[in-house]
Design a protein around this ligand. Sequence first.
Ligand SMILES: [Zn+2]
Ligand SMILES: [Zn+2]
Length: 346
Amino acid sequence: MNRVAQTELQCPDCAGQCAYSAVRQALVCESCGSAHEVRHDPDADPGREFHYHPDLPHTEQSLPSRDLIHKCQTCGGEIIFTGPVLSERCAYCDGPVVLEAEEASYEAIGLIPFRITERDAQSRALRWVRERIAAPGDLSDKVGAARVAGLYAPFWTFDSKEAIDYLVKYRVKSGDNWVTRSKSGAMTTEFDDLLMPASHHVTPLIRDGILHDFDPDKLRPYTPAYLAGFAAERHHQSVKEGLAANASDKDLLIRNRIKTHTRLRRITSVSYKTDTTGIRYRRILLPVWILHYVYDDKPMKVVVCGMQGRTFGERPFSMGKLFGFSAALSSLAIGLGWAWGATGFL
Ligand SMILES: [Zn+2]
Ligand SMILES: [Zn+2]
């Protein structure tokens, strides 16, 4: 934690330490309970996007390494703690953390503060597990005993314009045979505020836990006071690294758009070239609660979005319950098949 943040986090009434409250959306003193608004630079615009051109020199000032950070011995995640909360465990993987000098990082332009409280996140994680049909019976005890950890995870938003030339191959019926044909075409498409992880510690589970609830209009200007009481990972990727790390996800989106554009069915392959222009980016932090538990020696996690509480997770299957479930499903299918057959849908 840097010193500027430390004085900001001191309660002006009693000199106690403040943490950011998801309920009151303000800094709340842990000693006297008084609430204090988070102060921003009045000119700061968290919606501001920065231009990037891959062929032009890109200058972005990285922050010098100032502080000791907590580095995970298991996954390598670099976690900072601001204010009263400190943990010896990594929020990403629950591995032990040690203090190390921080590598250079980049400042986020904005963040969305936590709205879901720790207690709420804990009960959502537990409910998620209880609602899983094929979960073993002792699972909710294991999950109930584990604690959620609040983390600000680093993300990018990317905009771009794509001018695409493509070639698709597809199957059509010709007489009695299936034959392969190809079709080439051109299209343009745009991406706006495409949300991408800015750290390889942000796993698909964490990303998907947060993706659906992201609304760029909810961004606030970044100031360390929001992090008070939570863990955070700073931005460490350059823009070039961020684009490269997320290239395969974008490739998938482009392929899907090409498939839609061709209006063809039975497409067997897509190849394309795209001319990408108008790249704009933002570095942001987004709030997530992560609950780690171990079942049968396997580490698992449940992720609760800190914005709206959407919950995703990993859980073991109970073979006994799974069998019962699939038996129930097949009898349901038989019942439905009969019903459809009877009314002429089959
Ligand atoms: Zn106070
Ligand atoms: Zn870790």
